[in-house]
Design a protein around this ligand. Sequence first.
Ligand code: NAG
Ligand code: NAG
Ligand code: NAG
Ligand code: NAG
Ligand code: NAG
Ligand code: NAG
Length: 576
Amino acid sequence: MASQRRRQTQHQQPRFLIPVVSVIFAALLFLLALLSFLAPPPMSDNRLRRPAWLNDDIEVKRNVITDEVFRVPIVGRSTGHDLWGSKLSKFFYGCSNASNKFAQAEVITQPNRYLMIATSGGLNQQRTGITDAVVAARILNATLIVPKLDSNSFWKDASNFTEIFDVDWFISFLSKDIKIIKQLPIKGGKIVAPYTMRVPRKCTERCYQTRVLPVLLKKHAVQLTKFDYRLANKLRTDLQKLRCRVNYHALKFTDPILEMGKKLVQRMRMKNRHFIALHLRFEPDMLAFSGCYYGGGEKEKKELGAIRKRWKTLHTSNPDKERRHGKCPLTPEEVGLMLRALGFGSDVHLYVASGEVYGGEETLAPLKALFPNFHSKETIASKEELAPFSAFSSRMAALDFIVCDESDVFVTNNNGNMARMLAGRRRYFGHKRTIRPNAKKLYSLFMNRTDMTWEAFASKVHTFQRGFMGEPKEIRPGRGEFHENPSTCICEYPEAKVLDSGSQGVVFLKGKRNDTGEEIGESTDHFLDEEPDWPDLDYVENHNGLGEKGMTYKNDTDYDMFLKFEEPELEEMLSD
Ligand SMILES: *[C@@H]1O[C@H](CO)[C@@H](O)[C@H](O)[C@H]1NC(C)=O
Ligand SMILES: *[C@@H]1O[C@H](CO)[C@@H](O)[C@H](O)[C@H]1NC(C)=O
Ligand SMILES: *[C@@H]1O[C@H](CO)[C@@H](O)[C@H](O)[C@H]1NC(C)=O
Ligand SMILES: *[C@@H]1O[C@H](CO)[C@@H](O)[C@H](O)[C@H]1NC(C)=O
Ligand SMILES: *[C@@H]1O[C@H](CO)[C@@H](O)[C@H](O)[C@H]1NC(C)=O
Ligand SMILES: *[C@@H]1O[C@H](CO)[C@@H](O)[C@H](O)[C@H]1NC(C)=O
């Protein structure tokens, strides 16, 4: 329906509508001014989109499209008992200590076995690589060289490991697990040259033993390239726990990053007791990649189509299908409506971490109207404060990572690397409220929303979001990607078991884990096997729009993160 199009502008509408629309604009602008003095600056009328839902709470206005009442309330749910956190979280804790059967590094490390890795992708994709590299080295009984970060990817950040992570902490924290050194040793006056190879995605313990070990024994130093998601999701418990020790304890940002991140968090906390952090992915490239249509008409089709042409590996898109399958990121407006439906009022402070937003202010306007207390690191910190970070995409990403991690509620509109990484991390550190849109279900709801009242809409959002709220045990152990669902590293206190059987408050806890850690019964399981594998384009530093000049797509292989898996047969082998 044309009226649902998102990028609708006035000049595209029939002329007779103009006076009516102008009156509504005037009313809306007045209302916005009342709502908050922090409301976005007024835009020229013919650029401002008219969200059909924006009615005030006192005077019921008709939805101009269908005459149905879709009245978005300004206030949230006052009885939001578990809005800001899970009541069940206190029964769980992160547990990643090694058992006493896990041999110390000096016992297992073999001389003359050196493993190097070169990571790939954005900060969070690289983080999975670093984490998995430690485990890979442990499997091989090798010494690990401090990982080399990817400086040629899309993100063009030349920062090395020491500039992002506290390298000495990394080495010492893991000293019992694995030997890590900063450089390959010098033999006979020169550095040992490593043999370069690549392992398949999701390589198992056995896969490392058969593919890498023989080479390592022969060459003594091996460098694994494009090292991201190169380790299986399922591993022995002691190796999974090691993964968690690396990811959640050993990998610490450098002090300057941590300090600035802390400052940003404090500033958000000064504004209000609670805050929501939203990781918004709505960059032109990601939208093009997703193959979805966002209602921008011919202009959007042309612009996104031009980007798509650059990726030879992308097949032609079927936007409707993509959306039905939940593969399209929610628009800013949809995120706002979802949050309001879940009970967050317009007084809530929102920290938004995003790269370039396709359509800019126009796209953001409906979200800002719903949540006028709209912040980002650029609004709560000065240019000078951000100067040491702003030229480096990974450092900027790290700042957002910290604020999102510390937020009371973390929301995403996507299922990219940062969203998944933080979802797992927040589970480990006490199941902090993490809301991930059930895009598949919400899609049809958003499509139909002009046919229903706000109350009906909100009630459906509640239903659809069950199992997507960051509650304990929402996802069955072993399902999904380990970094997102680190179930091996989440333990429960005995009281939780009592709760399992019978408490009415336990909405999400259908599954019950027995002493061996096996799940019995059914748990809310939303995991799609066909997860969208979006690239981590979080911080594209190119501000000239669609990258006609700025981005050069040298090789398709540079972007193999866009491809799900290079070896389909491997996926099958590992899906047991
Ligand atoms: C893990 O080990 C640390 C340090 O030895 C200790 O402080 C902590 O209590 C342990 N945690 C658990 C859950 O056993
Ligand atoms: C690593 O060392 C352990 C303990 O000595 C041994 O059981 C295992 O087979 C070794 N693995 C490799 C790949 O060398
Ligand atoms: C990392 O970069 C910094 C600054 O460019 C440099 O001083 C340092 O030597 C580099 N470290 C490594 C291990 O390359
Ligand atoms: C939306 O409308 C279609 C067609 O009327 C219907 O099949 C579908 O179930 C509706 N979806 C929701 C979430 O109400
Ligand atoms: C727990 O799971 C294990 C493995 O599936 C099973 O052998 C055991 O009987 C279960 N224990 C209980 C109490 O159900
Ligand atoms: C692009 O691919 C070719 C081989 O197909 C390779 O020789 C070349 O080094 C690659 N360039 C980059 C920048 O990766």
